[in-house]
Ligand binder design. Structure first.
Ligand code: MG
Length: 251
């Protein structure tokens, strides 16, 4: 069931989303050669809890950490651990924060030091693919319009679209209806209405789009070991368009 949020709920989701944005802003300067993904996780957890909020991912179906930290060929759901970041790596930090019972969710991929041209290209165009999807959000449009816009942009830039994972509705729960795939057909799927809140989150690969799950049962990796990027916003459908509830505070 797709829920329509009340003004009160939207206000709480705006606050949850802003905490997500602020956490990304907080962690960015720490993303440097030598730090482990576990250290990043601890910093993020402290930030979240010190703002009277909850790291929703921790304990979700047994996930052991407060953020997903996915490096290079890891697409999503990387478990923070002893891996040390190296110059030239890319890392996706994906976080869901609960505030007074409502969720905010955003991911971005960061460059560690100086990355090669291929990774720069992947980051630039995965983020742009996200905004191609976001631009389609307005009442009357359908989920398929978002999906198609993301797919069209990604494929025009020769990037692989991971199909096994998708965006989602969000509210009291971090995963609600509807599903928001990153590929699809225009004018199909659920119709967007004011008060709906969805997460749009292209996961794109520099090589082939095929993936697999490693034996930790969480980490999703590209089959050909090519790098992957992931950008995500929580988006409110407004009367005449959209509002990004997880705005980037760094540009
Ligand atoms: Mg997320």
């Amino acid at each position: 069931m797709i829920t329509i949020k009340s003004e009160r709920e939207i206000d709480l989701m705006r606050k949850a989303g802003m905490l997500v944005s602020r956490m990304h802003q907080f962690i960015k300067p720490y993303i440097k050669e030598g730090i482990t993904t576990k250290e990043l996780d601890s910093l993020c957890e402290n930030f979240i809890r010190s703002h009277d909020a909850i790291p929703t991912e921790k304990g979700y179906e047994g996930f052991p950490a407060s953020i997903c930290a996915s490096v290079n060929e890891e697409v999503v759901h990387g478990i923070p651990g002893k891996r040390k970041l190296k110059n030239g790596d890319i890392i996706t930090i994906d976080v869901v924060i609960g505030y007074k019972g409502y969720q905010g969710d955003a991911a971005w991929t960061y460059a560690v030091g100086e990355v090669d041209e291929d990774k720069k290209y992947l980051l630039e165009h995965t983020e742009k693919a996200l905004y191609e999807g976001v631009k389609m959000v307005k009442p009357g449009n359908r989920i398929g319009d978002i999906s198609y816009a993301v797919q069209k942009y990604a494929e025009a830039h020769h990037l692989g679209v991971v199909r096994e994972l998708c965006g989602h509705g969000i509210g009291k729960e971090m995963h609600e209806d509807p599903e928001v795939p990153n590929f699809g057909i225009p004018h199909t799927g659920p119709k967007l209405k004011p008060g709906m809140v969805i997460c749009i989150e292209p996961m794109l690969t520099f090589g082939h789009r095929d993936i697999y799950i490693t034996d930790d049962d969480w980490t999703v990796i590209t089959q050909d070991s090519s790098p992957a990027a992931h950008y995500e916003h929580t988006i409110l459908v407004t009367k005449d368009g959209y509002e990004i509830l997880t705005p980037r505070l760094d540009n």
